[in-house]
Design a protein around this ligand. Structure first.
Ligand SMILES: [Zn+2]
Length: 281
């Protein structure tokens, strides 16, 4: 199964996988979506009652314009950089799930209005490298005399448990397109010209009485050219053993780390399945 890495950026990747079936590539796609773990805020403890600003002596209400549950949900969706060598799920941790430096991270937020609370105001207690990756995400607005004081605990999970633990986004797969041109006798230049002009991704070129394809991998299978040259002069086929896989991450893990984890996870699950089958007497 030869794999070509067409593009590998910190937060996105595009691969071409050859000699594979759609179900094999789809299993990688689904593992990327659901099984790659990361840190996300799971518990939030809001301070209740008045909050006094020690410097000015002013009193604030510990309330915001939104319900605490809605604020907690927004905190849960913030991307936290995750080192899977350092952090693991509570259920797999040596602490037995009690909570330790290997399975949870504490954050605090302490803001007084009027202002907008941003992701950068949610600060990790201790390790500054765990700072939220998108600092300018707005969370909630505070009016005059309103304040938000809360402590949040992030734990490791995967999207199988909740979407806030989803590392990979926009995970797509599509077969390699083959645009075949074999001009039939009755096809006019005008028809081929119109077919080239109809292509929304501009990969058909008509010049010198000839229609050519510039980059068939950009074809989106819309079929617009086929419909215009409807005598079979242009045919688009989907390869059954050659697929492109594209995805992005939210930055909590790099595209490389997410893919490596997904492939390792998939391999482990197939090995478990093989062991289970072999154990059948
Ligand atoms: Zn632990």
């Amino acid at each position: 199964m030869p794999v070509t890495v067409d593009e590998l950026k910190p937060r996105s990747a595009r691969l071409e996988i050859q000699g594979a079936s759609a179900s094999q590539v789809n299993s990688i796609r689904r593992t990327l979506l659901a099984d790659v773990p990361k840190l996300a805020i799971e518990d939030v403890e809001f301070h209740l009652g008045p909050i006094r600003d020690e410097a000015t002596g002013k009193d604030y209400d510990s309330s915001t314009s939104m319900f605490d549950e809605a604020v907690a949900l927004r905190l849960g969706l913030l991307p936290i950089p995750t080192d899977l060598g350092q952090f693991r799920r509570k259920s797999e941790c040596d602490c037995g799930g009690a909570g330790c430096v290997h399975c949870q991270v504490m954050f605090s937020v302490d803001k007084k209005g009027p202002c907008t609370v941003y992701a950068k105001d949610v600060v990790p207690l201790g390790d500054a490298t765990l700072q939220i990756l998108e600092p300018d995400v707005p969370i909630v607005r505070l009016g005059a005399r309103q304040a938000l004081l809360a402590y949040a605990t992030a734990t490791v999970g995967s999207a199988r448990d909740h979407a806030k633990w989803q590392v990979a986004h926009g995970v797509g797969m599509f077969p390699r397109p083959h645009v075949k041109i074999s001009r039939k006798e009755g096809t006019s230049d005008a028809t081929l010209k119109r077919a080239a002009a109809a292509c929304p991704v501009n990969i058909l070129e008509f010049s010198g009485g000839k229609l050519t394809v510039t980059d068939e991998t950009k074809c989106i299978f819309c079929g617009a050219c086929e419909k215009i040259a409807d005598d079979g002069s242009i045919k688009i086929e989907a390869d059954e053993e050659d697929f492109f896989l594209t995805f992005e991450t939210d930055g909590s893990l790099s595209a490389r780390e997410a893919l490596r984890y997904a492939l390792k996870n998939l391999k482990g699950r197939f090995e478990d399945l093989r062991d289970s089958i072999q154990a059948i007497p």
